[in-house]
Design a protein around this ligand. Structure first.
Ligand SMILES: Nc1ncnc2c1ncn2[C@@H]1O[C@H](COP(=O)(O)OP(=O)(O)O)[C@@H](O)[C@H]1O
Ligand SMILES: [Mg+2]
Length: 313
């Protein structure tokens, strides 16, 4: 059997470009070790031309954030008829948008912190700023202010009182036209990775950042966070976290792989923050740690994610 050709898509122009280059580099190496022929593409205006020349058997999308994780590249690959890893267009579009995702969580009974959301027009044209005291009373402080469509904690600010809300909102609006104001949940951060054609969970990872929260720096700088895998939490809580995460994955119609971010509060209650359809695959990323703990390792993770894409072709 001749070796399959796989195009690894990485980079792009999102703010998570540097993370994607690292994820992509590791995926390329893994695929070569697994015996595939690999072409790496740093995604830019030549993408479609390159793909038409290469005619790969599949594309491994190692991109995070806008352009790569939000359905844009997936749409092009659909048009070109090239199978690709991870979720289809619809779940990619939905999961990239935290506001939309959280409305779906609420509709489907998935526990998620209470929230309000605004777009820029509501602020600039409808006087939404006047609702901030009400929101402060409803949610209590601190309030987590986030751009709706970002990753790696970019643009996230904590407002500790009503006076800090405007600056936090302005910061979030500099990343996106839509922002989310979310109730702060004090607790432990759990990441539940999901993989496979028949989706299953990998061992849960607890991230223990050394700063106020799990921000960009604590994620990608060695030593700025501690990780415990499998997370040392009661067995029944781990089972519930796995069950909720599989439900999130299925409700949002995700496929291939994904990672659900959860906060476990002081009473062991679980609160889902989001699902990532293309989890980070860098040296310090959570899903690769889960794969090591599971025993499939990084190469096993890559092989299984690719197999799901090739099978669905
Ligand atoms: N409601 C919340 N309560 C407490 N911490 C939060 C909350 N929302 C976000 N955080 C912190 O911000 C980080 C990033 O938030 P998340 O919603 O997962 O967005 P991102 O897509 O940037 O990862 C979390 O890992 C956590 O440290
Ligand atoms: Mg997250």
């Amino acid at each position: 059997m001749s070796k399959k050709n796989i195009a690894v898509l990485k980079g792009g122009r999102s703010l998570e470009r540097s993370v994607s280059l690292k994820s992509g580099g590791r995926v390329e190496k893994a695929l070569r070790e697994l015996g595939y022929r690999v072409e790496a593409i740093d995604v830019d205006a030549r993408l479609v031309r390159r793909l038409k020349e290469l005619k790969p058997d599949a594309a491994f999308i190692a991109m995070h954030g806008s352009g790569g994780e939000d359905g844009t590249v997936q749409e092009l690959l659909d048009i070109l008829g090239i199978p690709y890893t991870g979720s289809d267009v619809l779940p990619s579009v939905r999961c990239m948008d935290k506001v939309l995702t959280k409305h779906i969580f609420v509709a489907d009974g998935i526990p998620t912190p209470p929230f309000y959301a605004f777009n820029r027009d509501a602020f600039q044209q409808l006087g939404a700023a006047d609702t901030l005291p009400y929101i402060g009373e409803e949610l209590g402080f601190p309030i987590v202010v986030k751009p709706s469509s970002q990753g790696s904690a970019l643009g996230i600010r904590f407002a500790h009182n009503v006076d800090e809300l405007p600056a936090a909102l302005i910061s979030a609006f500099s990343f996106d036209d839509k922002v989310l104001l979310e109730k702060y949940v004090k607790g432990r951060e759990l990441a539940v990775s999901i993989i496979g054609k028949e989706p299953r969970t990998l061992p849960i990872v607890e991230a223990i950042p050394k700063s106020e929260f799990f921000d960009f720096e604590s994620r990608y700088t060695m030593g700025k966070a501690d990780y415990v895998v499998p997370a040392e939490i009661p067995g029944e809580v781990a089972a519930t976290a796995a069950e909720i995460s599989l439900k999130v994955f299925s409700v949002l119609q995700c496929s291939g792989f994904g990672r659900v971010d959860i906060i476990m509060d002081e009473d062991n209650g679980l609160h889902v923050l989001e699902i990532n359809t293309i989890p980070g695959l860098t040296e310090t990323s959570l899903m690769p740690m889960a794969a090591e703990a599971d025993g499939i390792g990084f190469n096993g993770l890559v092989e299984e994610v690719l197999a799901a894409a090739l099978e669905s072709a």
